[in-house]
Design a protein around this ligand. Sequence first.
Ligand SMILES: Cc1cc2nc3c(=O)[nH]c(=O)nc-3n(C[C@H](O)[C@H](O)[C@H](O)COP(=O)(O)O)c2cc1C
Length: 228
Amino acid sequence: MMTIQEAMEARHAVRAYTDEPISQSDRAALNEAIAQANAASGLSMQLVCDEPRAFTTGRAHFGSFKGVSNYLVLAGPDSPELDGLSGYWGEGIVLLATQLGLDSCWVALTFGKGAASRFVEPGQRLSLVASLGHGVTHGVAHTSKPADRLVGYAAPMSAESAPAWFSAGVHAALLAPTAMNQQKFRITCTGAKTARLENLGGPYSAVDLGIVRHDFELGAGKGSFAWE
Ligand SMILES: Cc1cc2nc3c(=O)[nH]c(=O)nc-3n(C[C@H](O)[C@H](O)[C@H](O)COP(=O)(O)O)c2cc1C
């Protein structure tokens, strides 16, 4: 199995899938990780398999999605934090799927909300989904804004004095998927062991920020720093 760092490099949005089902052992591994993440976060994420309707029925515009029959439902108690939590905890599941050799794509808009909502418990809100499966291809790396447009330094820190964990975290954050590849975030090194993450606003940017926070922590190493 590839490492989590390799998974961040290898994960790309994939919207066309073959009809090969997700194996029983991969389903078990994903379900175990989902159960742990739900217990830790209070979310009710759910793996839906062999169920194409969220990408074939209703009035939804499916963009370029083809052959989607498996997806991760990201749902939980309705609160202002739900979208950020969905990004943060969902990214852990998406990267595990990548490690298992599966392809994925986060989907906030171009899917059938009605069909997916059947897997959301009463009283909970559907945030978004992520398609999962065996891709026709493994996708291509997104173009990224130059790091200097996404990164800042607060005195006394500077580009020259920034610690290695910060550069490693930024490297990972630039690999993170964002809605429409908008990358509306800013990461500032505020001290030898502190960083700040800001949302510059845009559609679904709260989900984006959860994903970016997760990937930055994986790159930097959770014990090397604290968020401000
Ligand atoms: C929060 C979020 C919502 C997204 N919603 C959609 C969507 O509705 N339809 C779609 O085709 N792609 C969607 N995407 C996929 C992005 O377009 C894609 O992740 C981005 O272009 C970066 O490419 P990458 O995933 O290959 O790194 C979404 C991604 C994120 C993070």
